[in-house]
Design a protein around this ligand. Sequence first.
Ligand code: PMP
Length: 455
Amino acid sequence: MKPNSAAARDIAYHLHPATNARRHEQIGPMVIERGHGIYVVDDQGQEYIEGLAGLWSVAVGFGEERLARVADAQLRKLPYYHSFAHKSHPAVIDLSERLVGISPERLTKVFFTNSGSEANDTAIKLIWYANNARGRPEKKKIISRHRAYHGITIAAASLTGLPPNHRLFDLPLPGFLHVSCPHHYRGAEPGESQEDFATRLAEELDETIVREGPDTVAAFIGEPLMGAGGVIVPPRTYWEKIQAVLRKHDVWLIADEVINGFGRTGRMFACETYGIDPDVMVLSKQITSSYAPLAAVLISDEIYEAVADGSAEVGTFGHGFTGSGHPVATAVGLENLNIIEERDLVGHAAAMSAPFLDALHGFADRPLVGETRGAGLIGAVELVADKATKAAFAQPGATGQAVAEACHREGLIIRAIGDVIAFCPPLIIEAGEIADMFARFDRALSQVEATQAAA
Ligand code: PMP
């Protein structure tokens, strides 16, 4: 007999990304049917605050009519065209100009992909291609960081520094190195200041490049503020010290702004927040508020010139997707940027940051909370077994899971990254909604505290 409920059909036919498939067979899906503003509604009619904006991405909130209208109009006028072999269309031209206009000075060209992973693979391929074209074929290694998340295609997953994205996949590929995660709470020596910790990490990077040979290291990639790896706010002076090392060894910097970009840290790009001057910048997620799949790789003139020379030598730049610069996705992206600018959602995120971070830091003295951290409208609460020693739980992830489940019962969706609870609400969130979100979290945390105390 064929399964007929939505849950049974999901279990029967759908292999989920980033999900324990055996557990899914037992508990089935949470089926979300619609959304409005910061809320989504499941197939039982239960409404939730989407405390992670989907996957850190729905900047303008759910149910934004303007994006629906633009997508509809583009589908009727020109549903598809490509940009291979000199073809173009108005939406991709307009969005290219717009992105180059708002991004850091040195970035002058944009290449479009469908996903952040493809964008990071593209960034690596552009850098390899450019270094070959410039007669530096040895300069190919890429340095990333432990706990980083940069996606899951083969090169992007190699950049990612998380065991579940490597184990059983035969990754990372050779030539992809990882240095320390800039997490002061976990990584610093006792009594080490943020500045001294940053100095030590810059020295580690320097030693790594020297050990590998500067002529073999092409680029360093980092999220200005790490998102999916656990919301890691960089220690003070980290980025200026890292950039000094990269400049010394002529190593390019890729800023992965897939989560950070478009206002998340209270500036248009987190490169502005942290004083970063990248050679490559990768954008996705809030670029369309995830109403359509789209990502972008912005490159400096230096890289563009090398790639252009290479393409002339080969006869073409042999890279691109059927969906590169898709008309519907780029039209939605443009309108999404119009909304962000007209409503000043970047300024709004900056203004809402104080109530958001105040409420978040209010959990710091709770018995299960080791650290609270955040910037702009992104933050996390790290749960620990012992506040004094920072000891993690004997069963890693179980408490985070229990808090996530309690949040669901309270009508709040957040993300448990192991025992780190991440918050990244839509940028449109208002102060009253922030208070409501954390009130729900407070009740959920209290429930878990009570069960832990009883155990
Ligand atoms: N980079 C970062 C920083 C991300 O957070 C993500 C996705 N969470 C990606 C890249 C990969 O994007 P996608 O899932 O669209 O491939």
